[in-house]
Design a protein around this ligand. Sequence first.
Ligand code: ATP
Length: 303
Amino acid sequence: MITMRGLTKRFGDRVAVQDLTLDVAAGKVTGFLGPNGAGKSTTMRMVLGLDRPTAGEALVGGRPYAALRRPLREVGALLDAKAVHPGRSARAHLLAMARSNAIPARRVDEVLEMVGLTAVAGKRAGSFSLGMGQRLGIAGALLGDPRVLMFDEPVNGLDPDGVLWVRRLMRSLAAEGRTVFVSSHLMSEMQQTADRLVVIGRGRLLADAPVADVIAGSSRNAVRVRTPRPDVLAARLAAEPGAEVTRSGADGLVVTGVPVERVGLIGHEAGVPLYELSAQEASLEEAYMELTGTSVEYGVTGR
Ligand SMILES: Nc1ncnc2c1ncn2[C@@H]1O[C@H](COP(=O)(O)OP(=O)(O)OP(=O)(O)O)[C@@H](O)[C@H]1O
């Protein structure tokens, strides 16, 4: 588990992370989302002891990173896949990491196999493609067989096969009871991979909830109805608290703010025949856009 309590980071008078308090639980994939500059990397760097919090604390398994005796065995991370000496082979890079944490050399071959780099283990990391570099970074994170894993944009640069592989890897690591904390800008990918989401904007916590709850909170969730008597049904629905009803075509209505079951019941009570009754769930992308709409730092101002 990763614990953050009042975690805050200022760079001069710029607040990068503001008072984050949350737990990233074991046995789940937790997606970490936020616009560019929201503070995701800074948060992860503080968990790894690479940035010192201005206030508050970040703990891994109840202890600050600096207090971990063999850190790679407790928390593995992929932050920057390019942080590898370009002249070193993939195997030499991992061997050096292993040695510094008393990890046996045979584990290097195991993780190379896990990420599919065995055939190129002797090649210079500098000659690797973006996707191969990501795989090498993931191998480094897995090296110490840690209970906690953090990945910053792990699918960046991967082809569809690679994306699928990362998704399965995250799921299987969580199924083994590990804590998996992963940042991404790819909403459709997160919708398929994550159990929970932590969303931040301008350093502040915007949401910390199961994926389904984040989506359910969107105003884009709607019910579509078709009926030969749309006026009658629209009038009945409009009387529901919180309902918004718009006409769609000759016989259609789109209703927000009323659950699909209730719409069906109201139609029944009004004696109105229904040709179609369907719930239209918002995408994570739509829910995310609503959540972060006012906290996008580097947006286009629509001039
Ligand atoms: N070393 C630093 N010195 C000064 N400001 C910094 C430093 N590192 C980060 N920042 C600032 O802190 C804020 C948060 O940056 P961070 O890289 O954590 O965001 P992010 O959510 O990871 O963004 P992205 O999605 O673009 O990777 C930004 O405004 C950034 O400019």
